[in-house]
Design a protein around this ligand. Structure first.
Ligand code: CTP
Ligand code: CA
Length: 225
């Protein structure tokens, strides 16, 4: 949807957006991470602020400069992200989980740097599940009328996997990206379909992350009471 002027249709709304990728530490110098750049989440935060919302941006390891007029909360791990989201969500009209949350974290954290030892094979890294933040806040629903938006990147059977994930998570909208050749992490552009729990399906053509963000806010604004 190309917009000539930005409509202030989110005035009086508080939106919480998560962005970036969590890092799960192994020791003081190493972590397990992912390639999320945070650009889509930042585009969501900027466009929501431009449409009049009060914006809380919870960011994980993006290194991006703070957008003007947005409250930024910095976190590192999935567990910290959960704490920050659970703290901000009760006051939010909308929560958008654009962050790439690590599904697993190392079971143990070494307080000193892990050293190699002569003639010894490395220890295996044992992983444990991280909490599913999107599923948790979607199951809560203590704030009437709150809208919850998830993101998913899929490589195969994009629509079927997206529908199943939307149902599993219990959110209101799921933005599904097809990951492939030119649609790589860190790029400036994105192509997606936004699935609604109401059965709606909104394709968003390949284009700037701002355009996808505007479509998300169009869909959110039309559904907020
Ligand atoms: N998410 C979350 N907490 C997690 C994992 C994911 O809140 N521990 C959120 C993401 O922020 C995203 C949505 O759930 O909005 C979908 O993430 P995705 O990784 O596609 O879903 P998973 O359930 O982890 O499925 P998969 O096994 O395909 O990774
Ligand atoms: Ca995942």
């Amino acid at each position: 949807l190309a917009r000539g002027v930005t409509e202030p249709d989110l005035v009086g709304r508080h939106v919480v957006v998560t962005a970036g990728g969590t890092r799960e530490p192994l020791d003081p110098v190493r972590f397990l991470g992912n390639r999320s750049s945070g650009k889509q989440g930042y585009a969501l935060a900027r466009t929501a602020a431009a449409r009049g919302a009060r914006v809380t941006l919870i960011e994980a390891n993006t290194g991006l400069p703070d957008p003007a007029g947005v409250d930024v909360v910095r976190i590192g791990t999935a567990v910290q992200l959960r704490e920050a989201v659970l703290k901000a969500a009760p006051d939010a009209d909308v929560v958008v989980m654009a962050a790439a949350v690590a599904d697993f974290r190392p079971e143990n954290y070494a307080t000193g740097k892990i050293k190699k030892k002569d003639g010894q094979e490395p220890e295996p890294i044992v992983l444990v599940r991280n909490p599913d933040i999107l599923a948790e806040i979607s199951a809560d629903r203590s704030r009437p009328g709150q809208m919850i938006v998830g993101f998913a990147a899929e490589t195969d059977d994009v629509l079927a996997n997206g529908r199943a994930k939307l149902a599993r998570k219990g959110c209101d909208l799921l933005v599904v990206n097809e990951v492939g050749e030119r649609k790589t992490f860190g790029s400036e552009e994105n192509e997606a379909v936004v699935l609604g729990a109401d059965g709606s399906e909104t394709p968003v053509p390949y284009g700037p992350k701002e355009a996808l963000a505007e479509t998300v806010w169009d869909l959110v604004a039309s559904r907020l009471g």
